[in-house]
Design a protein. Structure first.
Lengths: 774, 236
């Protein structure tokens, strides 16, 4: 078949790219070969628009065993154990088909972990949806509000069920993550799946096709026609015809995946495997050429031998299928039979479909003919790289204080005195979808299977014990899309800082990050500029905090009908708790404990949850983002961790979305096995040290680098000493106890509320939106 | 004394059960592959939680045809102690070793959280370490835990005191609000007529260590070990 401009267009291949293909091939490609190029050179697989920027990320560190470029990053966690972890997006398929899109996102990330030889022990996810409350829809826009609220709820319910059903059946606990809402995610929901596994350092496996003549073995589920062009679909923006792309979404089978996991780990332990790779995006094609490229070898495969689920599949279909739960293995010489016996024991297909060859090519046979013959490097290292045009936009420097004060005054005229107003604001804040309890979500996830979960969802960081050791791992996913939208570089820094602060509050030393960079179309210069700024922001914060980047994922084209998402760089931070006894949660523990606040509050109301609450959709994103001083951040984290490790801290909680008031409320709320507990707070000393006198900013401003901690009264002097030595401001702000949360400053009452009623508003909010018909 | 933990394809609480028996109560335990035909020298068998055969068709419906199930039935007939947790309970019902069925939760959603259950009998091999009426906090994690049976069966279960655990509130009251899945009569666990086979939806293996925040489930395994010790002594 002659390759026409129409065919190129269907494959999302530009005329320039086609010229390059011909040059690399030394001839015209056939249709199958063009199909292969189109997926391997898609944004999703090639990172062609992001690679020039990703180079600027710090990827070296003491604990790092495997940085970017493999299926997952790996860090050393001591005692001979390593943690493999990664986050990946499944945004596009989750919009088209929420349940399967999200489910297969989990499947893909789990395979990335166990191909490295690691048994997955934890999953998390970071989710973004459009508003699920009627009042948050901007009526000036075309869609009718009820329609989009109903759709957003349906997408969310489907995604959560998909994530849960897959992880639950597979048997990995889903231990945390984040869920946030904003209008820009209505037609572009974000579904980022994270997984972490454990592996002995000497048992790590890589995706390398080494050893000329070694057998290439296909294992797992059969190949069908599902998911053809999935990677290409995820490399373009959507329009009203997006739903026609539903067939490009794959269908997940967690049961097969579970069998595949057990069989792969068994085969690895048996020493039968040289290299192994998941058939994820671009399936058979990407796994074969990437394994060859990494090892400097080539692969020859015969499609007639591939287990097939459907009749009469063409070479094109088989090579581009994204059927799930499949792996490609290069067997150790002489171990073919042993390997196949292991897979057959688990009732899985395992078939030799080819061999490793010396020529660095991907050569594919079908019905006795060569149907594709391409140099590996042309598909991988030689893929296009674009330094796309960037155009800076003005970052917001607006002072939103007057706007907010005006809204607060208005409330005063309706409600009464100041403390009643602030109390009402706090009640509305904790019941807003962004801040409300996410129990509706995580209740649908098995977060306990494997009996390692020592801190379940709900605290700053989830924590899992490593059974064989005295250690635990803490992990957190964080990003504030509003911040990143208003100031991409500072927003990215804030995300890294918050993720690190969260694991520190959990009692862990931050080790390394993985990231999932969700952006709109890279072909828009503003988006590309934001992306570049984001990279620099992440790089700066990671360098300052000593947490290298182990890998991650870039998702562009999160854009529908010309409207894109906020830049949303989700940071997945892994921390190590050397002694599991230092595992800490955010909840106040006992009446009489003294509450300390580390850090300073500035007038940081810009981009805050309060602003969104007071201004509605119109005020959703405005103002200057909070100022972050990385040195101060580092110092405060050091103080908190040192105090925890000295056994002085009973609770630690990061102040972020919703400010100090929301954080205090969260520390009061009940948690498993512990009743809610009140607190009497006096912010006078803290306000004086901070030099701040605006009550609104004091309560609801989102200054970073602040940690609320509670401790026994006798430990206060010691913690104050630790803070003083590090030059960190530390003030006693109150005492835990009673049934009320009361906050005052300079003898003026600011908040007075029964914790139980506040908690009820917080706990039931999500279900009140999601469990009723829209 | 030896415990066996059966691995069906799709079992995923097998390691957790193994861990509790070997590490928490310190008793010998082996895995048993579902394709095995015989169970030799075991004193108690645990059918663990998970999604055997993906829970496709119906929970436990395919697992009951696994080769091991014939041996399990013989073992039960001969008075062997069998504990089915979650998916294990579902398999026992499908296999006819326990009456009734587990339907989809009333909410139609999977639910994972700690619930309270009341110990209805403390004179069984599984519960001798508890007090009758004691309230335990034990997690559930299932989409199909809604126990159902016909009226005659229910009358039998009640009159023969075969309901071992019921969902309740923290004070021990059996209420509609404390029923997490819609189970008839708040049933969380039942035994067979002979009392040697227990099926329960809550996961005691997830609540057996203080590191996990709750130890209420540990006594179940300790009770089992104690009962087995007695039985072995009697046999000798």
């Amino acid at each position: 078949m002659k390759i026409t401009p129409e065919i190129l267009d269907q494959h999302n291949v530009t005329p320039e790219e086609y010229e390059r293909i011909k040059q690399l091939m030394g001839r015209e490609p056939n249709l199958t070969e063009l199909g292969i190029f189109s997926v391997m050179w898609s944004e999703h697989c090639s990172y062609k628009s992001s690679k020039v920027h990703l180079r600027r990320l710090p990827t070296e560190g003491e604990c790092l065993v495997q940085g970017p470029g493999e299926n997952a990053g790996i860090v050393d966690i001591g005692d001979g154990w390593c943690a493999a972890f990664k986050i990946e997006s499944h945004n596009h398929p989750s919009f088209i088909e929420p349940y399967q899109g999200a489910a297969t996102g989990v499947g893909g990330i789990l395979r990335d972990i166990f191909t490295m030889g690691a048994r997955p022990i934890a999953a998390m996810n970071s989710l973004r949806f459009g508003p699920i409350r009627d009042e948050e829809i901007d009526d000036s826009r075309e869609q009718t509000s009820s329609r989009s609220v109903a759709r957003n709820r349906r997408i969310m319910a489907g995604v959560v069920k998909g994530l849960g059903d897959y992880g639950n059946a597979f048997g990995v606990p889903t231990v945390g993550g984040e869920v946030a809402f904003a209008d820009c995610y209505s037609l572009n929901p974000l579904v980022n799946a994270f997984a972490l596994g454990l592996v002995r350092r000497e048992h790590i496996f890589y995706g390398k096709a080494e050893g000329i003549g070694n057998s290439v073995i296909y294992v797992g589920a059969k190949t069908g026609r599902d998911g053809i062009h999935g990677a290409t679909m995820a490399s373009a923006e959507f329009d009203e015809a997006a739903m026609e792309k539903r067939p490009t979404v794959q269908v997940g089978d967690p049961f097969s995946e579970k069998l595949l996991l057990e069989a792969c780990l068994e085969a690895m332990r048996a020493g039968a495997i040289v290299g192994i790779q998941d058939m994820g995006a671009a399936g058979l094609t990407s796994s074969s050429c990437e394994m060859g490229a990494r090892a400097g070898t080539g692969l020859e495969i015969d499609l007639d031998l591939v287990p097939q689920r459907e009749a009469a599949m063409t070479a094109y279909e088989m090579l581009l299928s994204e059927s799930q739960e499949r792996m490609l293995i290069v067997a150790k010489r002489g171990h073919d039979r042993q390997l196949m016996e292991i897979f057959h024991r688990w009732d899985l297909d395992a078939v030799v479909i080819g061999q490793v060859i010396a020529e660095q090519r991907l050569r594919v046979f079908h019905k006795g003919e060569v149907v594709a013959d391409i140099p590996n490097k042309a598909l991988t290292d030689e893929a296009p790289r674009y330094d796309r045009p960037r155009r800076p936009f003005a970052v917001s420097t607006e002072d939103v204080t007057p706007k907010i004060e005006a809204a607060v005054s208005k409330l005063k005229s309706q409600i009464g005195d100041e403390s009643q107003v602030f109390t009402e604001i706090l009640r509305r804040l904790v019941a807003s979808p962004n801040l409300a309890s996410k129990r509706w979500v995580y209740r649908q996830y098995d977060h306990m299977v494997r009996t390692n979960t020592v801190v379940p969802p709900g605290s700053d960081a989830a924590a899992l014990r490593v059974k064989e050791t005295r250690r635990s791992l803490a992990m957190s996913l964080d990003c504030n899309g509003r911040y990143c939208h208003l100031n991409p570089r500072e927003g990215a820094k804030l995300a890294v800082a918050e993720a690190a602060r969260n694991v520190v509050c959990g009692g862990a030393r931050p080790l390394a990050i993985t990231n999932c960079l969700n952006f709109a179309s890279p072909e828009r210069p503003e988006v590309m500029w934001a992306f570049s700024e984001t990279i620099d922001g992440i790089a700066e914060a990671c360098r300052a905090l000593g947490t290298p980047v182990t890998g991650g994922n870039v998702s562009f084209y999160n854009e529908t009908d010309g409207e894109g998402v906020y830049p949303t760089p989700v940071i997945g931070m892994l921390g190590l708790i050397e002694d599991a006894r230092h595992t800490t949660t955010q909840w106040f523990k006992e009446a009489g404990d003294v509450i300390l606040l580390l850090g300073l509050t500035r007038n940081d109301l810009g981009a805050s949850e309060l602003l969104s609450l007071m201004m509605g959709a119109a005020g959703e994103a405005g103002g200057a983002v909070p100022r972050l001083d990385l040195e101060a951040e580092k110092a405060i984290q050091k103080v908190c961790l040192e105090a925890i490790q000295a056994g002085l801290v009973r609770s630690a909680h990061d102040c972020s979305d919703g400010g100090l008031a929301a954080a205090l409320a969260e520390s009061c709320f009940s948690s498993y096995g512990r009743e809610a507990i009140g607190a009497r707070i006096d912010l006078s000393e803290h306000a004086k040290l901070s030099g701040i006198d605006e009550s609104t900013a004091l309560l609801f401003g989102e200054s970073p680098s602040r940690i609320i901690s509670s401790l026994k009264p006798e430990h206060v002097p010691e913690v104050k000493n630790i803070a003083r030595r590090a030059g960190v401001v530390c003030a006693v702000i109150g005492e835990a106890g009673g049934n009320e949360l009361s906050v005052a400053c300079d003898s003026k009452p600011l908040i007075e509320v029964a914790v139980a009623s506040l908690e009820e508003a917080w706990r039931n909010a999500l279900s009140s939106y999601l469990d009723r018909p829209a | 004394m030896k415990f066996g933990v059966v691995i069906f394809p799709g079992s995923n609480c097998d390691h957790d059960a193994y861990h509790v028996v070997s590490k928490v109560i310190g008793q010998p335990v082996n895995f048993i592959w579902h394709k095995e035909q015989e169970i030799n020298d075991y004193d108690a068998i645990i059918l663990p939680g998970g999604f055997s055969y993906g829970d496709y068709l119906r929970t436990g419906a395919i697992a009951r045809f696994s080769p091991i199930m014939k041996a399990i039935k013989d073992f039960a007939r001969d008075g062997g102690i069998i504990l089915g947790i979650c998916n294990g309970f579902q398999i026992l019902c499908e296999a006819g070793l326990l009456p009734g069925a587990l339907m989809r939760n009333r909410s139609l959603k999977y639910v994972c959280e700690h619930v309270n259950i009341r110990v209805e009998r403390a004179d069984t091999p599984f519960t001798s370490g508890y007090q009758r009426g004691q309230v335990l906090s034990i997690p559930i994690a299932h989409g199909e835990g809604n126990y159902f049976c016909d009226e005659a069966t229910m009358a039998e279960l009640e009159s023969q005191n075969r309901i071992i655990f019921r969902y309740c509130d923290s004070g021990g009251a059996v209420t509609i609000e404390s029923n997490p899945n819609g189970s008839l009569n708040n049933i969380a666990g039942i035994t067979n007529r002979e009392g040697n086979v227990l099926g329960m939806m809550p996961h005691p293996e997830r609540a057996s260590e203080s590191a996990l925040g709750c130890k209420d489930g540990r006594s179940l395994f300790l009770s089992l070990a104690e009962s087995l010790r007695e039985m072995i002594k009697l046999r000798a």
